[in-house]
Design a protein around this ligand. Structure first.
Ligand code: HEM
Length: 548
């Protein structure tokens, strides 16, 4: 450290000498050297300037403004674990000019996700990203209490009654896909000895959008998936990336395409809603559910509000579910024993004597221990969202160890910072889990184990529930396991995601055996996408189990 300080100081001296020696060259030199000077001053500030002890420690970085963006962006979990060693559970890093205070561990999750919305705001952190994509007057474009009402409306559509109808629809969609898509050509050729191959994430994203449209999104969307709707979706999705989060407005084609796609998609949904008016709408889908809701003041949702909530749900559910499905399938392909246990569970519960399977019911689906633990374990190691942000609206005190009540040497997280929780860290923390990076679904079957304990805390099985305005939910903010977030912004798609993923995985495993490609190692995390995806190659080989 001293060495670099000395070097930096001499560099600064020599820059000053140059400028003093010849004022005529000053302008040119300033241009050439100013980035260097900025870097040097930034480094000196961090090394020599006495740190303000009331603030959390700042992660050392070379380049001002950019800060730790590159290290964080390439491998956020690696970055967080390294910072924890150096600075403890609470520290601040610079992310393209934003000051982001990270709070790690279960207590950190509790601090950020359990914080009051008057202190920590999700809408201030996200609206520049989400409003151009979802549209006006919904989610983070409205005050928090209005959004909480909207979450309540959505929950009406996510009813057990609807779920009962969805299981068979999802199964049918997966079967149809396997019977018709070219990725499953070898399966279609009815040869049980031949292996075919597909890209895990490609097929999962298609199956996810097909099944979500058939169920939640509704018939009109499903019917248009093969046509214009998928292009619109792709263009909109291209505007929902980490770049859009970091830079709200850039004069790029992707931003223009996003805005055009939003307008067309919004019109598309509004058109569906108008056409349903005056007809007997008994659809068990989300548009049907939203049309019958009223705000507390008695007002019905306007067409564009329904449309924009539908877009928000499409975006919220698509990548999260398809990423989780891809990881689960890759792990099953890698762990043949787990795959066979899952297959046997299907045979045991649903197998007919002639080797075929009967349909699953929703109630049965929710009580399959192996299928359940496959999804839980996949979400533990590969939670789709690695960083959850909030904007700090007012100074908030926090102790360096996140203990409550705060200790004497408490930090203040100032207004204007962001806070960040990463349940992804506590979900693979070696201090909490044994062999944290090994995908081991059986860890969930030990009723006394760490996993069961974490899950109980997450579900607050014995504890009291809290109502943030969208019905009673378990608090669960201090669990080390929280792939669906916690507190007032907790996911409401959790049960739907389990239903969708469970039915998709069960249907695939009934029909084919899967393996990783020989010689290929298990894919690493790609953190450059909004949702953590498997890096390519992520191919899966498959072989038909039996002829129907
Ligand atoms: C919120 C994860 C599927 C709708 C969240 C949050 C997480 C999450 C971590 C909290 C975000 C925050 O606190 O800022 C997941 C995972 C999924 C999944 C892992 C699948 C495996 C879905 C689906 C839907 C959905 C299928 C819709 C049907 C929502 C909504 C919120 C949310 C509406 C609330 C956002 C808020 O209150 O700010 N989800 N999600 N999610 N999710 Fe999900």
């Amino acid at each position: 450290t001293l060495h670099s300080t000395g070097y930096a100081a001499s560099l600064l001296d020599s820059v000053q000498d140059h400028v003093a020696a010849s004022p005529g060259r000053a302008a040119l030199l300033t241009l050439v050297y100013s980035p260097i000077v900025a870097i040097v001053l930034n480094v000196l500030r961090q090394l020599l300037w006495p740190r303000d002890r009331s603030l959390p420690p700042e992660v050392f970085h070379w380049i001002p403004i950019v800060g730790s963006a590159i290290t964080y962006g390439n491998d956020p979990l690696g970055f967080f674990f390294k910072c924890r060693e150096k600075y403890g559970d609470v520290f601040t890093f610079i992310l393209f000019g934003r000051k982001v205070t990270v709070a790690l561990g279960p207590k950190g999750n509790n601090f950020v996700l359990g914080g009051k919305s008057t202190f920590f705001s999700a809408e201030d952190a996200y609206t520049h990203l989400t409003t151009p994509v979802f549209g006006k007057d919904v989610v983070y474009d409205v005050p928090n209490d209005v959004f909480m009402e909207q979450k309540k409306f959505v929950k009406v559509g996510l009813s057990v009654d609807n779920f009962r109808a969805y299981v068979n629809m999802i199964e049918e969609e997966v079967e149809l896909f396997m019977q018709t898509d070219s990725a499953f050509l070898t399966y279609q050729m009815n040869n049980i000895n031949e292996w075919g191959c597909f890209d895990a994430a490609d097929i999962m994203s298609q199956i996810t959008i097909l099944t979500a449209s058939r169920t939640l999104q509704g018939k009109e969307i499903r019917d248009n998936l093969d046509k214009s709707f998928s292009d619109l979706y792709a263009a909109l999705d291209g505007g929902f990336t980490p770049i859009n989060f970091l830079f709200p407005n850039l004069p790029l084609a992707s931003y223009r395409r996003r805005d055009e796609a939003h307008k067309k998609m919004s019109d598309f949904y509004v058109d569906i809603i108008r056409k349903r008016k005056g007809t007997f709408d008994d659809a068990q889908d989300m548009i049907g559910a939203l049309r019958s809701q009223r705000y507390r003041n008695g007002r019905q949702l306007e067409d564009h509000e329904i449309a924009h909530i539908m877009i928000a749900l499409l975006m919220a559910g698509q990548h999260t579910s398809s990423a989780t499905g891809s990881w689960a399938l890759l792990h099953l392909a890698d762990n043949v024993q787990a795959q066979e246990s899952l297959y046997k569970e299907q045979v045991e519960y649903f197998g007919n004597s002639d080797g075929t399977f009967r349909e699953m019911s929703y109630e049965e689906m929710r009580r399959l221990p192996i299928l359940d633990s496959v999804i839980r374990e996949t979400l533990r190691i590969h939670p789709p969202i690695h960083s959850i942000f909030r904007y700090v609206r007012t100074d908030v005190a926090v102790s360096p160890t996140l203990s409550a009540p705060a200790e004497d040497n408490t930090y203040v997280v100032p207004k204007g910072h962001y806070v960040l929780a990463s349940p992804a860290v506590s979900q693979v923390d070696p201090k909490i889990w044994s062999n944290p990076h090994i995908w081991e679904p059986t860890r969930w079957s030990d009723p006394e184990g760490v996993a069961a304990e974490a899950f109980k805390t997450y579900m607050d099985e014995n504890g009291e529930k809290v109502d943030f305005g969208f019905g009673a939910v378990s608090k669960g903010t201090d669990s080390p396991y929280q792939p669906f977030g916690a507190g007032r912004h907790r996911c409401i798609g959790e049960q739907f995601a389990y239903l969708q993923l469970g039915t998709i995985l069960a249907t695939i495993v009934r029909k084919v055996e899967v393996r990783l490609e020989p010689g290929c190692s298990f894919p690493e995390h790609n953190y450059h996408t909004m949702i953590t995806m498997p890096k390519k190659p992520r191919n899966i080989r498959y072989r038909r189990r039996a002829l129907d």
